[in-house]
Ligand binder design. Structure first.
Ligand code: ATP
Ligand code: MG
Length: 291
């Protein structure tokens, strides 16, 4: 129950009335400190490992977790911490970069289909097809690289993309993929602090990219694009979570709780042993005992 409550406050059930400004990036719920939350996070990580084992054994459903955020919001760290307890064999992570020449020869969903999780697996998209209504919307010049026939590029293109993405996700749901989407909601002030840390700490220098500073200049456009995206693409079966991201420990807590809640709702179980299988096991046991 505790899980359901913690994650539920950040799940967007009603897209129509969603406003990003109603969500505080510095929110930490009633958890006053990282120390207080540590035990809960460890419990959820352990629970996740247990449920993932069943998901894998059952080999019917798959789970797709999508992460989107501004730079330095902590996507990578969240994936690393939250998934730290699960069997790596059952998890597939894919990071989407700017599309290659070959990928630009296809529709924008094409490159996202092959890395989808197999049955029994958890797939993680670090960025996703949602970039097509985020970075591409903020920088419409990128659309030109996509070589879409010009008569098809109208003022409705973003609405059309929301619709196409929602239909694609419904198709996946209908085939056994359970989808959850996480927007790590960082404040502009905290991003500045993290960028400065990247510049001033030698071990963090490698994370710094001059592009990130340029994207920061478009902060307000991005926030609007995120708001529109969530309004149009949150659904009952594939909801967005707006996860406060100014405190990394709280981000991890909410994401872990949301994943555990999702897996618990799936009523996963180890495959049942039928009479024939039972007999096979008994024969094998006898054979082993003989020698
Ligand atoms: P991250 O910033 O996620 O930690 P990174 O720094 O390792 O990852 P980047 O080189 O920043 O990797 O790659 C991600 C970049 O690719 C982002 O700037 C993102 O906006 C861009 N990108 C992803 N998908 C698309 C797309 N469909 N069209 C254009 N640009 C895209
Ligand atoms: Mg980057």
């Amino acid at each position: 129950m505790k899980n359901a409550k913690l994650a539920k406050s950040y799940r967007i059930d009603d897209g129509k009335h969603f406003r990003l400004k109603d969500f505080d990036p510095a929110d930490i719920g009633h958890w006053h400190s990282e120390d207080a939350a540590r035990e809960k996070l460890q419990e959820d990580i352990a629970r996740m490992a247990d449920l993932q084992d069943k998901l894998y054994a059952q080999d019917r459903w798959s789970v797709l977790l999508i992460f989107q955020a501004m730079d330095a919001a902590g996507k990578d760290g969240t994936i690393k911490h939250v998934m730290s307890g699960v069997n790596p064999e059952g998890v597939q992570v894919h990071s989407f970069k700017a599309p290659s020449e070959a990928e630009l020869q296809h529709d924008f969903l094409w490159r996202t289909t092959v890395p989808l999780p197999e049955r029994g697996h958890i797939g993680i998209f670090n960025r996703s097809y949602y970039e097509e209504v985020l970075v591409v919307r903020v920088h419409p010049k990128l659309l030109e690289n996509e070589r879409i026939p010009s008569s098809l590029v109208t003022k409705n293109i973003w609405e059309e993309r929301y619709e196409d993405i929602s239909c694609f996700e419904r198709h996946l749901e209908r085939n056994g993929t359970v989808i959850r989407k996480f927007f790590l909601h960082l404040s502009k002030k905290e991003q500045k602090r993290r960028f400065l840390a990247r510049l001033e700490t030698p071990d963090k220098n490698w994370k710094f990219s001059a592009d990130d500073i340029r994207e920061r200049e478009c902060w307000d456009d991005y926030q609007q694009a995120y708001e529109q995206m969530i309004r149009h693409t949150t659904t009952k079966n594939a909801p967005w979570y707006v996860v406060p991201a100014d405190n990394k420990w709280f981000t991890h807590l909410v994401v872990a709780a949301a994943i555990v809640e999702t897996l618990e709702d799936m009523e996963l179980a180890y495959p049942e042993v039928d009479a024939a299988k039972s007999k096979e096991l008994e024969v094998a046991r006898k054979l082993l005992l003989k020698k």
